[in-house]
Design a protein around this ligand. Structure first.
Ligand code: B12
Ligand code: SF4
Length: 472
């Protein structure tokens, strides 16, 4: 059987003029996971449109497309094309789960939720000549997960080919997050066994790892055993964690000991009123300054994530957020305009209040305002969002942020990391066009390995040297 798996890109990622590096960071892990269920006799190709062109003159038997909201239009275009050519087209992923009826118009079979239970079931049915039109995931487990087909990934085209996920979902229930809707009908947070996760790590070449788990620290017992197992492997890694998990004792220290060097932290808002409205219970009454301080003391760089446009936000939120982040010496920040994704509580609330402006999914990309904000105009929200990026990544702010670090080594690392992402974008663009993105990885590893804790901690250095990584 000839199988073609496609991760379609949103328009911005394929622009002939400029390619933001963020689209060349991570390979399509979801599809490479599903490919693990295919047989040796199957002929498989995996195409990621973010880093390569999709050829459409071929004739696969089965076409598998992963649909995100921002790439839904392109996904449907490809699906219609291949159906017209006689292929059986399968659509799955987040957007299909949110809006199955919309996706079904472009597919022979649709899948809702994660694919580890439904995909092997479909393959058996398809081979037996009786595929269904819809499969809904109910059994949530990562037991018996076959190895991810990393051989199908063009490693050289990604800055971070070693991305990895060892869990699915998250124990929290934030209002704006995709998670509750995607995992409806079954468990919404579960992990691999520690042994399976360690084996997957072992299979990855080089030093650097990026955990894409929604909340790697979400199950403390699992995380603690994982970090114990990773100690001495000489890895440098980045991940995402919550404010609460950073403040919890011990686990973070273990993570650092096993190679954690940068963490993506979901601060989301500097307005306390927003937290309750968004059911972000785990952030309420937490001391954000203490979070940054604790990470800095352990030599872990911070990628702080913020969402603008929640109901308590007025036009002053942008300046206050940037001021706080720069003043704390946060290395990198990711800003988003709040975006109500179909299927979330936030979407239902906005729809019930008549505040949704349109359903042009292309613009549900967290850079456009798609709803009526409570205390700003939609234009003010977009302008403020762009201004926040400009203000945070000004040279002046980068210097100011770096100066918070008490050692020269820490300051140098701050400058290199913050400037590397935003000040050298034309260089990234050149590397991407030359298909050499991966050649910048040693530089990233070098920056991460320049760990500089302010205060001595009880944490020992990972064996290979010291180092550091990312986010949520
Ligand atoms: C890595 C990542 C990226 C990377 C790369 C994406 C990639 N290569 O897949 C980059 C940086 C490019 C990126 C960009 C963006 N991202 Co992003 N990203 C992620 C992240 C952190 C991990 C994705 C991942 O690898 N998951 C692990 C794998 C194993 O799971 P999976 O991909 O979902 O695949 C499983 C299922 O979905 C299902 N499945 C998927 N497809 C199919 C198909 C079939 C046939 C079947 C049976 C099953 C199936 O089975 C798979 C195995 O269980 C997710 C958060 C998350 N936890 O998923 C956000 C996430 C997907 N991103 C999100 C967003 C909003 C964006 C951006 C719009 C943000 C922005 N402002 O730039 C852009 C645009 C994305 C686009 N191209 O359209 C949202 C999506 C919301 C939505 N409803 O679509 C998420 C959920 C983050 C969030 N919490 O809001 N992202
Ligand atoms: S903590 Fe993050 S992943 Fe978990 S529900 Fe909230 S936004 Fe989603």
């Amino acid at each position: 059987m000839r199988v073609k798996m496609i991760l379609p890109a949103l328009t911005e990622a394929t622009s002939p003029l400029f390619r933001p590096v963020k689209y060349s960071l991570f390979p399509p892990l979801g599809l490479a996971t599903l490919a693990g269920y295919l047989g040796d006799e199957d002929e498989v190709t995996l195409v990621d449109e973010h880093v390569e062109k999709v050829r459409t003159d071929d004739e696969p038997d089965l076409v598998v497309i992963q649909v995100y909201i921002t790439s839904a239009r392109r996904s449907y275009e490809l699906a219609d094309h291949y159906r017209a050519r006689g292929a059986h087209v399968c659509l799955g992923g987040l957007h299909v789960t949110s809006l199955p009826a919309e996706a079904a118009e472009h597919a022979d079979t649709i899948f809702t939720g994660p694919g580890e239970d439904t995909w092997p079931r479909f393959l058996a049915d398809y081979r037996a000549g009786r595929p269904l039109a819809r499969y809904d995931s109910r059994e949530r487990t990562l037991a018996a997960l076959p190895p991810v087909r990393r051989d199908l990934i063009r490693r050289g085209r990604y800055l971070v080919p070693n991305s990895i996920v060892v869990s699915r979902g998250c124990p929290h229930v934030c209002d704006f997050c995709y998670k509750e809707a995607f995992f409806e009908g079954g468990k919404s947070f579960y992990t691999q066994t520690v042994d399976a996760a360690l084996s997957e790590i072992d299979r990855l070449p080089g030093r650097h790892l990026y955990f894409l788990d929604d909340h790697l620290f979400g199950n403390a017992r699992f995380a603690s055993a994982l970090f114990d197992g990773m100690r001495g492997m000489g890895r440098l890694w980045q991940a995402a964690g919550t404010v609460k998990s950073v403040l919890a004792p011990d686990l973070l220290e273990k993570a650092v000991e096993s190679g954690l060097r940068s963490l993506f932290v979901g601060f989301e808002t500097v307005n306390a009123g927003n937290l309750a409205a968004q059911r972000k219970w785990q952030n309420i009454d937490r001391d954000y300054d203490a979070v940054v301080r604790r990470l800095r003391d352990l030599g872990v760089m911070v990628n702080a994530s913020f969402v603008f446009g929640m109901d308590s936000d007025d036009a002053s939120v942008f300046e206050r957020t940037v001021e706080w982040a720069v003043g704390q010496g946060v290395e990198t920040a990711t800003f988003h305009i709040m975006t109500p994704y179909p299927g979330t509580r936030l979407y239902e609330r906005m729809a019930a209040q008549g505040r949704l402006l349109h359903s042009d999914w292309d613009r549900y990309d967290t850079r456009h305002t798609v709803f009526q904000p409570a205390r700003m105009t939609p234009a003010e929200l977009e302008e403020g969002y762009w201004r926040a990026y400009r203000d945070f990544y000004r040279w002046k702010s980068i210097w100011q942020g770096a100066s918070v670090k008490p050692t020269l080594r820490g300051q140098a690392r701050h400058l290199a990391y913050a400037a590397g992402w935003k000040k050298f974008e034309p260089l990234w663009d050149l590397l991407i066009r030359a298909r050499r993105t991966n050649q910048a990885l040693p530089l990233l590893e070098a920056i991460l390995s320049r760990r500089s804790a302010i205060r001595p901690t009880h944490v020992g250095m990972p064996s290979a040297s010291d180092g550091g990584v990312r986010s949520r």
